[in-house]
Design a binder for this molecule. Sequence first.
Ligand SMILES: [Zn+2]
Length: 320
Amino acid sequence: MTTSTDATDRAVISELDAARRDFRDELLSAGLLFATGVEGLYGRGADFERVIDSIDARVLSEGRAAHGTAPKTLRFPPVFPRESFEKTDYIASFPNLTGAIRTFDGGNKEHRALLADREAGRDWDSHLESAGTMLVSAACHPSYSTLTGTLPEGGELLDIYGYCFRHEPAIDPARMQAFRMHEYVRVGDPQSAVEHRESWIPRGLQVLEDLGLDATPVIANDPFFGRAGKMLAANQRDENLKTELVVRLYGDLDDGTAVVSCNCHQDHFGETFDIRTADGEVAHSACVGFGMERIALAMFRTHGIDITRWPEHVRSELVA
Ligand SMILES: [Zn+2]
């Protein structure tokens, strides 16, 4: 039986899909993004990158204002060891978003079998073996293995910028499979982790306001997988561990798009990566992550596709 509510929901969903498709098509025809043939994977054009660099300049200036000491800068490739990935427990919570690297490790005979499958138009991926590496799941994930052991007095503050992978192909340009996060990560005692997360909520809002975006903080949870995941999600909300700064890209058609995320991991990474504070306790950690592509898309959505016509106060934030 179809109720009128179902019919209304369906109408909203199709209206939302249409809005997302229209926005994506607009970005593609303006040369801001380039299609690759796979949903959620795009090339980026010059103006898009200029906006990304401008957002980054603002994130860096806020970072300088926020932190008394200069953070340690760490940059990682988009691939990291499976051993580190293991310790994040990501595969338990988000198996559906995971990306693994595989390569060919056989001899001539195995290669012939691969080529035979390829020749016959069959999938040949099954001939590949694990390379022992994974695509980076969150920008901060490769950093924790560098901290195993005892932290300096006062803990550690990291500045991390890099590509992340989430396997969630979608029409919505704001749901990319590969995107950049700029993160500030605090690892130290419980209080410093909580303070880091809390202090970056108003700071994140200020950055977004300066970029001309109207954002709202929302207590949130990660999209944990499966039945056990429902409990993890409820726990994350109850303990107030995640706040997202949300911008509405499609009006009232959805709940908005999270563009910044402020997270407290408690002692999770301290435990699994064996990170201790100077006084021997298991370290706590927190991170703030700026979703660079999503912020850029929110700006194009809010101010228009043509950056030469953006309001002057926003244009003044653009780097040359
Ligand atoms: Zn993080």
